[in-house]
Design a protein around this ligand. Structure first.
Ligand code: ATP
Ligand code: MG
Length: 390
């Protein structure tokens, strides 16, 4: 059987003159993702990326699964290719969809024709193929209104394609087509989701994790590496930067008023993230903050947290409820790892009464006890880089 994947392009079909750039990125992302799954021919035509197996090494099941995690497609279709005449289309549908017919109580044929030079109209194709299938499966009547099974026929330039239900694609834009950003990745529920959402909009991600050994354990670090690995099929290859944070936290604990621990710590995270962003040509910092979720996520605290930098701070979850965030975390497969009970650096030295509405002047005053530049430089210099690939 001439098995093939048809990956239907999403939003990028709306792009104007620079559409080619997006499409090339999409094709190269698909090629990279399929590279270890065997030999395929991968090309774009008519708002679709085609993935054709070239020989027996091509693992079509794995390719189909992988395709569902590539941003830029609205639908992922596994189809059988055949000659463009109704007889051949019928034969293909009869064998390729035999199992679907065995289960179905009724069916219809739905045809689309992007090859406008084709001599039959879509309706004629549906009628002819439908008639032949009705004869071949006399127990499965035609129902054009509410069929159990829809036999989709697409007449395209090179061939006709037959398939049943299309699967929903991952949506979004091709990763790498909208620049790069650093994303603050803790071991919690939220930041894997904010990272995923940003990658979905076509952004290449450099995850950053702040690590407070020995206050947080090797297990906590491994958890973040595991989360990054779960995200890699969506986000593509990444380099996770693990930034040592212990010295900074100890300095804050020793020299600053307790009520400001958290906000000062978060200002360090922002500064370090900006430094890493600039070094890597990134246009933004992404965080998993959500308005009002905790004391450090009030508008005032967010303002003070981002005050040291000029780079945009993106907060994809800012107006989402925890329930909505968890729903996505479950869907993308990060939830179960996120809830493993390892501590995060934010829970080390947590003040008993954090200021929910910190005043910038007071924070600056408290911070003046610290060698901010020296601490930031030390942390950036000692960051450990962990390559993450699928
Ligand atoms: P999460 O579930 O993502 O940990 P949270 O609700 O626990 O978020 P906070 O602990 O206040 O919220 O952290 C807010 C954001 O700051 C996180 O979403 C993440 O982007 C960033 N952050 C917190 N801790 C770390 C860390 N150790 N390393 C990197 N980023 C962090
Ligand atoms: Mg957290």
């Amino acid at each position: 059987m001439n098995d093939i994947l048809l990956l239907k392009q999403g939003e990028i079909v709306l792009k104007g003159l620079n559409r080619r750039i997006f499409e090339d990125k999409l094709v190269s992302n698909v090629r990279r993702r399929m590279a270890h799954l065997g030999n395929f021919r991968i090309y774009a035509a008519q708002s679709t990326v085609y993935v054709e197996p070239l020989d027996d090494t091509a693992d079509m099941d794995a390719a189909f699964e992988a395709a569902k995690q590539i941003f830029g497609f609205v639908a992922v279709v596994r189809a059988a290719a055949c000659e463009k005449d109704p007889e051949a289309i019928f034969e293909t549908a009869r064998t390729y969809l035999a199992e679907d017919f065995a289960r179905a109580g009724s069916f219809k044929v739905e045809s689309k024709r992007s090859d406008k030079s084709y001599p039959l109209t879509s309706i004629q194709v549906s009628q002819e193929v439908g008639g032949l299938l009705a004869d071949a499966f006399p127990d499965v009547p035609v129902d054009v209104h509410r069929p159990d099974l829809t036999v989709n026929v697409e007449i395209r330039e090179n061939a006709a394609y037959v398939h049943s239900v299309p699967t929903l694609g991952a949506g979004g834009m091709p990763v790498g087509s909208c620049g790069s950003a650093v994303s603050l990745l803790s071991g919690g529920i939220d930041s894997p989701v904010s990272t995923w959402m940003t990658a979905k909009r076509g952004v290449h991600i450099i995850p950053i994790h702040f690590f407070s050994f020995p206050y947080t354990s090797e297990l906590a670090k491994q958890k973040v590496i595991d989360l990054a690995k779960i995200l890699a099929p969506w986000c593509g290859r990444m380099t996770l930067e693990i930034v040592p944070f212990t010295h900074i936290q100890e300095e804050i604990r020793d020299k600053c008023p307790e009520e400001y621990f958290t906000v000062i710590m978060r200002r360090f995270m922002t500064r370090i993230a900006e430094r890493i962003a600039r070094m890597n040509n990134c246009g933004a910092i992404v965080t998993g903050e959500s308005l009002g979720q905790v004391a450090s996520q009030t508008m005032q605290a967010m303002a003070v947290t981002q005050e040291p930098v000029t780079i945009p701070v993106l907060r994809p979850l800012v107006c989402m409820d925890k329930r909505e965030i968890i729903e996505i975390a479950r869907r993308i497969g990060t939830f179960e790892t996120s809830i493993l009970p390892y501590e995060d650096c934010c829970t080390v030295f947590t003040p008993r009464h954090p200021r929910t509405k910190p005043r910038l002047e007071e924070v600056l005053e408290a911070e003046s006890a610290l060698d901010v530049t020296g601490l930031v430089e030390e942390a950036v210099r000692n960051a450990e880089m962990v390559p993450i690939s699928k």
